[in-house]
Design a protein around this ligand. Structure first.
Ligand code: HSE
Length: 305
C-alpha cells in the first residue's frame, strides 16, 4: 500500500505592490496524508488543528476537491477507500494562504498517489483554476519569494531566494473572505497608479532578495488594492502605524487580509505585540505569529508497505 504525506507552507501574498504577482512562503505548515485503504470504494476524511469541526469532511472538502482534479486530469484514481488525514497549522480565512496550502496539498498528494506525472506548472495551473489567483499557490509550491504572472492562458512562475527574514503577523478575529476583499476592488485603475505599483513591485523583489531594509521601507507601498480594502479592517491604519513605530521596516495587508504582515530585521516580538494592542484598541482580539521565510516549498514523501 502506498501512503503519501505532503507538507505545504503558508504564504503572504501581494507584499504591498505585487498584487496577484508576488508572494512569500512562510514556515507554518499544513500536512496532508492520502492513501488507498482498500476494502471497496468511498471516502473518509479527518482534520486536526486549524479548521477542525469547521472544515467539511465530505466530498466538498477543498483538499479532496483538489485531489479529484488530479484524478480526473490523469484519468486514474485509487480503486479502494480513499483516506485523507489533514493536520492544519495555518489559520483559515486569514490571508496566510490556507486555501492555497489545502489546494496544493491535495494536488501534490493525489499526483504522488497515482503516479500522475503532472509537473510543477501543471499543478500551478490547476491551483490557479481552483483559487482564481496564482500567487499564494506559487509560493506554496516553490517556496521563497515567488514571482508569478497569470493572464488568460499565460502562466509564468519563478522563485527567488529571499534573504533569511522573519515577519511578524497580527491576525484579528474578523471574518473577511478573499471574495469579499476582491469585491471591494475597482474594475479599472488609473494608469499612474499601475505605473506606481510596477516600480514598487520591482524594488520589493530586489529589497527582499538582498535583505535591503532601507529599500524595502520605501518599496512596500501600493495603490492597487490596499486603499480599497483597508476600510474592511477596523484599526488598519493604527495597526500599520504601531508596527512601524515598534521597528518594522515595512507593513502590508497580508494577501486579501484580514491579517497584517510586518517585515522586520529585528524586534519581531515587540512589533507583533504593538499590532495586537492596536487591534485591541479597536475592540478586536488578534492572534500573533512570528514566522521565518520558507525556502523549501511543498515537500512530499511516499511510503510503500
Ligand atoms: N492576491 C490575492 C488577493 C491574494 O489579494 O486577493 C489573496 O490571498
Amino acid at each position: 500500500m502506498r501512503r503519501v504525506s505532503v507538507s505545504t507552507p503558508a504564504s503572504t501574498a501581494n507584499l504591498g505592490a505585487g498584487f496577484d504577482c508576488l508572494a512569500l512562503a512562510l514556515n507554518l505548515r499544513n500536512v496532508v496524508e492520502l492513501w488507498d485503504a482498500g476494502r471497496g470504494g468511498g471516502l473518509e476524511i479527518d482534520v486536526e488543528g486549524e479548521g477542525e469541526g469547521r472544515v467539511p469532511l465530505t466530498p466538498g472538502n477543498l483538499i479532496y476537491r483538489a485531489a479529484e482534479r488530479v484524478f480526473e486530469r490523469v484519468g486514474r484514481r485509487p480503486a479502494g477507500l480513499l483516506r485523507l488525514h489533514s493536520v492544519n497549522a495555518i489559520p483559515l480565512g486569514s490571508g496566510l494562504g490556507s486555501s492555497a496550502a489545502s489546494i496544493v496539498g491535495g494536488l501534490v498528494a493525489a499526483n504522488a498517489l497515482v503516479d500522475g506525472g503532472l509537473g510543477r506548472d501543471d499543478l500551478l495551473r490547476l491551483a490557479y483554476e481552483m483559487e482564481g489567483h496564482p500567487d499564494n499557490a506559487a509560493a506554496a509550491l516553490l517556496g521563497g519569494l515567488a514571482l508569478v504572472s497569470a493572464a488568460g492562458d499565460e502562466l509564468m512562475v519563478r522563485a527567488v531566494a529571499a534573504a533569511p527574514l522573519r515577519v511578524a503577523i497580527a491576525l484579528p478575529e474578523l471574518r473577511l473572505s478573499t471574495a469579499q476583499a476582491r469585491a471591494a476592488l475597482p474594475e479599472l485603475v488609473p494608469l499612474k497608479d499601475a505605473v506606481f505599483n510596477l516600480g514598487h513591485a520591482l524594488f520589493t523583489v530586489q529589497s527582499l532578495a538582498a535583505g535591503d531594509e532601507a529599500l524595502l521601507r520605501w518599496a512596500v507601498a501600493d495603490r492597487l488594492h490596499q486603499p480599497y480594502r483597508q476600510h474592511l479592517i477596523p484599526g488598519y491604519a493604527e495597526v500599520v502605524a504601531a508596527a512601524r513605530k515598534a521597528g518594522a521596516a515595512a507593513v502590508a495587508l497580508s494577501g486579501a487580509g484580514p491579517s497584517i504582515v510586518a517585515f522586520a530585521f529585528q524586534k519581531h516580538g515587540e512589533i507583533a505585540q504593538a499590532m495586537q494592542a492596536a487591534f485591541q484598541a479597536h475592540g478586536l482580539a488578534a492572534r500573533t505569529f512570528v514566522l521565518p521565510v520558507d525556502r523549501q516549498g511543498v515537500t512530499v514523501s511516499v511510503t510503500e508497505r
